[in-house]
Design a binder for this molecule. Structure first.
Ligand code: KG4
Ligand code: ZN
Length: 347
């Protein structure tokens, strides 16, 4: 069968991204224009600045993605674009660019949930991998059910995936997302934005047992697969207030905080993996880049754990094209009045 070439477009937050993916697996190009420097002075993403920057970069980024892939418009099978969840003003730029280009080039349009994009980052081929190997297969060759842990700046969710495009939501955060907790605690410790990489770096020289921070909802039966990180954030704040600002043990605080987040994420994932007898676990989203999370997840789980390479953990369009491949193959097409859905959910 002929290969399927999908152009993916992603503008849900603060990266303008476009990519071409073959057969939902092979990355031909993956262009990401990050706005992180632009937002750093604000300590977080400034929505109006983000959408304005998307407008400036979207066409050059798409052009570059096609050029790097060595693929012309005539070779493409479809355009896949993130339509939610995310910042409405940012999403609009990608969706409108995708619509205009798909219309002009007479290509089908496929709408993608950003979270599903993160999920499919686990299907993309890593160097030298067998293209036919799925994220996980059991002895009988079953690829599903898979357990998904989506951990990003805006989301923390445990999902059961029963097949392509079939999700069941097991639990989610009741307050802050895991990445949001990293970002907020980094600010408390005087570390730069984005907080995740900064905390990880600071934690490398700290003792993870120095502070006994709370593990939110760890023993709560009615919130079996839910998460809560606001109590943890408050606990860090309390310690920071009590201690001498000039002699803050930043390494110990960062390591102890990171350990608490990782402990809860891994333990709830482990319980769900067992309860639903999954063939494997896929971790994805920006926080999946965390080295300690990757390490402990692999140590404590009995089933195979798949985590994408670092460059596919944070927002990119290759993951959107990969998700788009399966939806396109399933016959899904978005209509020309596709609108953005800022609070779109998965499962
Ligand atoms: O998926 P993503 O790029 O954007 C969203 O969709 O939210 O995730 C960004 C989040 C940020 O909160 C950032 O602090 C976090 O991922 N992050 C990390 C690490 N790298 C990025 N968190 C912990 N450890 C890291 N190494
Ligand atoms: Zn994301």
């Amino acid at each position: 069968m002929a290969m399927t070439y999908i152009l993916g477009i992603e503008t849900s937050c603060d990266e303008t991204a476009a990519a071409v993916v073959a057969d939902g697996r092979r990355i031909l190009s993956n262009v990401v224009a990050s706005q992180v420097e632009l937002h750093r002075p604000y300590g977080g993403v400034y929505p109006e600045v983000a959408s304005r920057q998307h407008v400036l970069t979207i066409i050059p980024v798409i052009r570059q993605a096609l050029q790097k892939a060595g693929v012309g418009w005539e070779a493409l099978d479809a355009v896949a674009v993130t339509y939610g969840p995310g910042l409405a003003g940012s999403l609009l730029v990608g969706v409108n660019a995708a619509k205009g280009l798909a219309w002009a080039r007479r290509l089908p349009l496929v709408g993608i949930n950003h979270l599903e994009g993160h999920v499919y980052s686990n299907w993309l081929e890593v160097d030298g991998e067998d293209a036919a190997s799925l994220p996980a297969l059991d002895a009988a060759g079953r690829a599903f059910p898979l357990l998904l842990l989506v951990v990003s700046g805006g989301h923390t969710e445990l999902l059961l995936m029963r097949g392509h495009g079939r999700y069941e939501r097991l639990g989610a955060t009741l307050d802050d997302a895991a990445g949001e907790a990293f970002d907020k605690v980094a600010r408390l410790l005087g570390l730069p934005y984005p907080g995740g990489p900064a905390i990880q770096a600071a934690a490398a020289s700290g003792n993870p047992a120095a502070f006994d921070f709370p593990r939110g909802l760890m023993q709560s039966p009615e919130h079996g697969y839910d998460f809560s990180f606001s109590g943890l954030k408050t606990a860090v704040l309390r310690v920071v207030r009590e201690l001498d600002k000039a002699a803050l043990p930043v390494g110990d605080l960062a390591a102890s905080f990171q350990e608490a987040v990782v402990d809860v994420l891994v333990e709830k994932t482990r319980r769900a993996a067992e309860a639903f007898a999954v063939v494997g676990v896929c971790v994805c989203g920006g926080v999946a880049a965390n080295a300690r999370l990757r390490e402990v997840m692999r140590q404590r789980l009995a089933v195979p754990v798949r985590v994408p390479p670092l460059f596919l953990c944070t927002d990119n369009a290759a993951m959107v094209a990969a998700a788009g491949h399966y939806r396109f193959r399933a016959g899904e097409r978005a209509s020309w009045d596709l609108d953005v859905v800022a609070n779109l959910r998965l499962g």
